[in-house]
Ligand binder design. Sequence first.
Ligand code: FUC
Length: 782
Amino acid sequence: MTLWYDRPAADWETQALPIGNGALGATVFGGVGGERIQFNEKSLWAGGPGANGYDFGNWTSPRPDAIAEIRARIDRDGAMSPEAVAARLGQPRSGFGAYQTFGDLWLDMHDGPEFPEGAVTGYRRELDLREAVARVGYTANGVTHSREYFASHPGNVVVGRLSADRGGEVSFTLRTSSPRDDGQVSVSEGRLTVRGVLADNGMRFEAQVQVIARGGTRTDGTDEITVTGADSAVFVLSAGTDYSDVYPAYRTADPHATVTGAVDGASRRSYEELRAEHRADHRRLFDRVGLDLGQRPPAVPTDRLRAAYTGGASADDRALEAMFFAYGRYLLIASSREGSLPANLQGVWNDSIDPPWAADYHVNINLQMNYWLAEQTNLAETTEPYDRYIRSLVAPGERTAREMFGARGWVVHNETNPFGFTGVHDWATAFWFPEAAAWLTLRMYDRYRFSGDIEYLRETAYPVMKGAAEFWLDTLHTDPRDGRLVVSPGYSPEHGDFTAGASMSQQIVFQLLTDTLETAKTLRTDTAFQAEVTAALATLDPGIRIGCWGQLQEWKEDLDDPGDTHRHVSHLFALHPGRQIVAGTPEAEAARISLTARGDGGTGWSKAWKINFWARLLDGDRAHRMLVEQLGGSTLDNLWDTHPPFQIDGNFGATSGMAEMLLQSGHGTVHVLPALPSAWPTGSVTGLRARGDVTVDVSWRDGDADRVTVHAGTSGPLRVRAAMVGGRHHVEDERGGIVTPRRDGDVITIDAEAGGSYTIVKLAVPRSRPPCGLRLDETPLP
Ligand code: FUC
């Protein structure tokens, strides 16, 4: 579980190695003559309050009838071009801002040779996923140098240590730089401080780095710190801003005290202590899941492993796949921890002041995809920033709902920022997606389905879901063609014309109203509201239609072009992440036809989504083929997903897809190995989570499970589907007692007790024996 390379990174995007603790991120280059550590703090954003012209994307001039007019025109003409709609409903985007790099930390090595020209041997740069540590090691002039870096969540610091196998050999100068040049640098007592204000929006920021040398001398310069002849040296970095996620000001206290506290606290402790605490914190999450696909530690560096990858039968190919799966989990832990913003388009890593798509929160697929893996791969804690962020969108989103739509509830459109941008702009094919709020809340209900946590459902999920549902109760439109309730104007993400009742719009609203109604019933609350939702559901168009070439229609009209390979496959929302379409039904067959026509190409996230789709269609080999496409064509040397450029959703979506191949649980049954590809004949996985508060361990051989353990978190009937269940098997509890489940084909139902573990063991088919009383050699000849 280690990415490794035999040379330093020359390029940030494709080669630098990421560490992070949710709020802080850093990328390590591992140069020999000089180290570069680019770093981030996730709230350092231009834009928002204080930025020129920012008004949350709300219309700057009132347009009382604009949406009604567009609706009427769509009713009359059937469709409208995105450009025509944007001209009426859009407006130039101002003050949206962009995620900012904090800067770079440079360690200029004294007299260190350059690589590869200098006499350097044994160079290795690595990222150990299990320890969450990046390391650099090499030998130069007879001295072996080692560096280690990690980002501690408990300490809120990035920590680095430089050491050598001979005393007095650690000598370097530490300095910082930033592409903005808006920070004032000062140095005192081995601490370098960068402090400033973003010109764009007045946001205050501060970073501090404390340098602690063991042996040798430390010299403070005006804007740098020099260590000479030390045995080893440690630096501790923390950073912060005065951002707060509270509408409308989005500002809190100056970051100085928090940053000082974090650096003081960590500086008082030993490196070993900090590292042990970090290790325990990371492994508490990371170690919950283990995947064995028959891999062995590869003998070649990770860039060559990836270049040689074909998805064939080699142990190296399995190693890359297992590493990629683990990397998705690693990246989520590193970019989404309690107390900070959720993972953005680049997680937490960004080296630019003008990153692609502002490294923002796109909510027509991307932010949602970032969290698909969280529950399944046993990282529920990483969703705290997501929940908090979605809740923070409600206040600005209520204003947008009221002002633009005259509706209750809350709304957000195609993409947003940390400052409650819930309105619109005017890029014709990517500005209108009011379904985003609904889609975002569905993950919260799903969290309840995984955990069964009713407190969470009541306090956190339901209020947000209810607001999203109220918005649609007020905004749905009666289609004059058939009297059904539809979303209008509606836009299937980034594709085609504006119409009424696009499939994805309908499917999302259907799922939202269904989940919200179920929740209100579960919580026994809001009877009048329940009646309103029930009435809407009775006339809502569910958005699932089979078209003239057998495809699932993307629009209410049968408009799909079989030659269209657009990257968004929005109309299959009901298959994944939705749950209206179930494998084996005519609608699933139509989804398969659509998916086949769309092809195996697309951007990184598009391929990742397709892994999930094929897994839900229970086609393991096709899912695996998409994984091959992803690793072969949309993955960089540092195993970051590339859209292109680098965009992290594809990492998270692919890990989710691999989990969906191994375990599904959408329909009241824990389905074990639902889409196992022939490329993974033998293996095991531990710790995956299923809905219904179940944790699952499976081992398989020759393409079939031979041992499945389900750990029940709550009492009640637990349905398990597995091919092995159709053959000879028995079920035992954690004490080895035999359990007698109810059987129905390849499904068994166990009456589980909370805390109980039940293991289904495949039994060998008995070989035919000679008749009783005869010894083998006496067997009569035929
Ligand atoms: C969506 C996609 C694009 C890109 C952007 C960040 O709008 O359609 O491909 O991923 O998000």
